[in-house]
Design a protein around this ligand. Structure first.
Ligand code: CTP
Ligand code: MG
Length: 231
């Protein structure tokens, strides 16, 4: 059944989905790989659409697959699909340029984080609504972390209590994200990094283990198990 988005919602969600999925091994673009019989992107969009504040969704798809992605998502939720770019940052910029006027909160969520709980979409959006300009979901780092040199020799042990592993959705006041992308330099792997460079304070909210990024085959297998267990 096609989800209805909230016409009075104040949130637009950009979904970069144009990556190749090299680390997942041979196969098509990662967002179109199957998880429990459905593409990762379908899982992600369905969960985003279930968040009550979401008014619109823009997907940046692999350029060669834009039409196929439109057809794939038509029964899932009303979404705008645009061609992505060569780097994640370019894909986000393309999606941002396609956001219609209205929503003042913009979230960016990786299609690769297919099991995103709708509650995390809401908690990031709520933190922006409450006045923060940039919000990221994080988890504590559980492993001991070492710094090494080019020869894999240990230089030292990093104090992990001050480290956080960063997830998506990352949330922004729309004007803040737009300004960061206008002046963007070298591509970064997340959007908060761009905003940090502008000197905008970025705040953390608790992330979710279900928002894991499906990167390697192990992650896909883990996600299959999580879904089978009711995630
Ligand atoms: N992404 C994108 N456009 C790109 C590169 C990445 O929209 N040019 C998206 C991916 O589709 C993914 C998210 O950014 O949803 C995070 O990227 P990553 O996990 O690195 O995915 P891939 O780039 O597809 O994987 P890999 O790096 O293994 O090729
Ligand atoms: Mg990548």
């Amino acid at each position: 059944m096609t989800a209805q988005l909230n016409p009075r919602g104040d949130v637009a969600v950009l979904v970069p989905a144009a990556g190749a999925g090299v680390r997942l091994g041979p196969g098509g673009p990662k967002a179109l790989r199957l998880l429990a019989g459905e593409p990762l992107l379908v899982h992600a969009v369905r969960r985003i659409a279930a968040a009550p504040s979401v008014r619109l969704i823009v997907v940046a798809a692999p350029a060669a697959d834009v039409e196929a992605v439109r057809e794939l998502l038509a029964p899932v939720a009303p979404v705008t699909v645009v061609p992505g770019g060569a780097e994640r940052q370019a894909s986000v910029a393309a999606a941002l340029a396609a956001v219609a006027p209205g929503p003042e909160i913009v979230l960016v969520h990786d299609a690769a984080r297919a099991l995103i709980p709708p509650e995390l979409v809401e908690s990031v959006a709520e933190a922006v609504r409450s006045g923060h300009h940039a919000v990221i979901p994080v988890l504590p780092v559980v492993d001991t972390v070492k710094e090494v040199d080019a020869g894999e020799r240990v230089l030292g042990t990093v104090d992990r209590s001050a480290l956080r592993a960063v997830q998506t959705p990352q949330g922004f006041r729309r004007s803040v994200l737009a300004a960061a992308h206008e002046t963007a330099g070298d591509p970064l792997t997340d959007d908060a990094g761009l905003v940090e460079k502008q000197g905008v304070p970025v705040v953390c909210v608790p992330g979710s283990e279900l928002a894991l990024k499906i990167t390697r085959p192990f992650d896909l297998a883990l996600a299959e198990h999580l879904l089978a267990a009711g995630a």
